[in-house]
Design a protein. Structure first.
Ligand code: HEC
Ligand code: HEC
Ligand code: HEC
Length: 333
């Protein structure tokens, strides 16, 4: 546990709730408050998923944060945090992660989204990876572009009347206006928010528990024998499965950067067969790049959704299949 970021000598001084959450709580409850953290697999019961905790009262939360929950890994924080900090944290969690769970209209929107939109737009609003029929693929509603471009009014109008020439049909004939409002407000509250955006920024890199960014060695002529950081050993089999399901959509099954989504993306996904890549990306570099993502591009920071072992697996796969095997083919030519 990092010491002393909370309680201060000066009476009444408080730390910012979002910083407290990321210093003390996200390691178990996850960056998105959904309990999907690296600690999750080793705890029984697992850390609470706040996004479905609509029944938790503010008072009960304050009590548990101060005193802990017996029989679980949830310890009390009253020696580290003062009363104002505990209240601030509680309100932060409620408005950041529990907003949908606490609001019946947004709950209704969530159900409608699951019934009507998820098939094309995905559970996180990320959009479909493949074009649908002759249409362009469903829009990534979680992207910064979507946040910038889509006003509430435009969304209500697009959902009501559809988008001509695409698979996005109008719901006006099938859904009452109040339901369209509810589903749009749900998308705006749960999907189009920077906190749930796993692409881009490294805002939390370097906080306690994050993989060390320094491990990258990207200078050309990198030492290709270097092992994974933190003594991790990746499984190629597990990594391949994850790669085909989650990375191939951008980087291509062959690693050539020509996945089905690549066409829509700028800058383009990295071509792993390019000599610039195969000569400079060793295991620690691939691990770090996968973990931290790439600011200003569509490359997500996978540390927010994967644990260290899972990152090591997919990094090992990329290393073996594209860097090592890629070099061998290049030499044979
Ligand atoms: C070491 C892991 C860990 C850390 C760190 C942690 N928690 Fe927890 N938390 C848990 C576990 C495990 C539970 C119990 C889940 C259950 O009972 O189902 C829990 C439960 C809770 C609950 C009660 C949920 C319920 O349904 O009763 C709240 C509120 C909570 N945590 C807030 C926080 C806050 C705020 C922080 C940071 C100051 C924090 N936790 C840090 C693991 C952790
Ligand atoms: C059959 C697939 C499909 C379903 C189902 C679907 N969408 Fe879409 N959606 C699309 C496609 C394709 C686009 C991209 C259209 C474009 O770029 O003009 C899109 C675009 C959008 C946009 C952006 C429109 C704009 O103005 O640029 C919003 C908002 C949206 N969808 C919301 C929803 C909601 C909410 C639901 C459920 C009620 C839903 N979609 C159901 C395929 C679908
Ligand atoms: C939404 C598309 C997308 C997905 C999904 C994606 N990437 Fe990327 N990736 C990119 C883009 C775009 C870049 C190039 C960024 C640039 O050029 O600066 C990149 C770059 C990289 C790089 C090189 C980093 C660098 O510094 O140039 C690695 C390694 C990488 N990705 C690994 C992965 C792995 C492993 C996965 C799956 C776990 C994955 N990517 C999933 C889009 C994606």
């Amino acid at each position: 546990m990092p010491a002393a970021a909370g309680k201060h000598d000066a009476k009444g001084a408080e730390s910012k709730p979002d910083a407290l959450y990321h210093n003390y709580c996200s390691v178990c409850h996850g960056d998105r408050g959904d309990g999907r953290s690296r600690a999750r697999n080793s705890l029984n019961p697992p850390p609470r998923d706040f996004t479905t905790a609509g029944e938790l009262t503010r008072e009960a939360m304050i009590t548990i944060i101060a005193h802990g929950k017996p029989g679980t890994a949830m310890v009390g924080w009253k020696t580290q945090l003062n009363a104002a900090e505990i209240e601030g944290l509680t309100d932060y969690i409620r408005k950041t992660f529990m907003i949908v769970a606490l609001d019946p209209k947004l709950q209704r929107g969530k159900t409608l989204y699951a019934q009507n939109c998820i098939a094309c737009h995905g559970s996180q609003g990320q959009g479909s990876t493949l074009p649908i029929g002759g249409s362009k693929p469903a829009r990534d509603l979680a992207s910064p572009q979507a946040r910038a471009e889509l006003s509430r009014e435009r969304m209500i109008s697009s959902v009501t009347t559809g988008r001509p020439g695409t698979a996005m049909a109008g719901f006006g004939g099938r859904m009452p206006a109040a339901d369209i409002d509810a589903v749009v407000d749900y998308v705006r509250a749960a999907i189009m928010v920077p906190q749930t955006d796993i692409s881009g920024t490294n805002a939390h890199a370097g906080r306690a528990g994050s993989p060390a960014p320094k491990a990258a060695a990207t200078a050309s002529g990198a030492d290709m024998k270097q092992p994974m950081p933190n003594a991790l050993k990746g499984s190629v089999t597990a990594g391949e499965r994850f790669y085909m399901a989650n990375c191939a959509t951008c980087h291509g099954a062959k690693g050539d950067g020509k996945g089905p989504r690549a066409y829509f993306i700028n800058p383009k996904p990295r071509n792993f067969l390019d000599p610039a890549f195969t000569s400079s990306f060793n295991r620690p570099a691939i691990y770090a790049a996968t973990s931290m993502g790439r600011q200003g591009s569509e490359m997500p920071a996978w540390s927010k959704v994967l644990n260290e072992q899972e990152i090591a697996n997919v990094a090992e796969f990329v290393f073996q299949r594209f860097v090592v095997a890629g070099k061998r083919t290049a030499k044979a030519k």
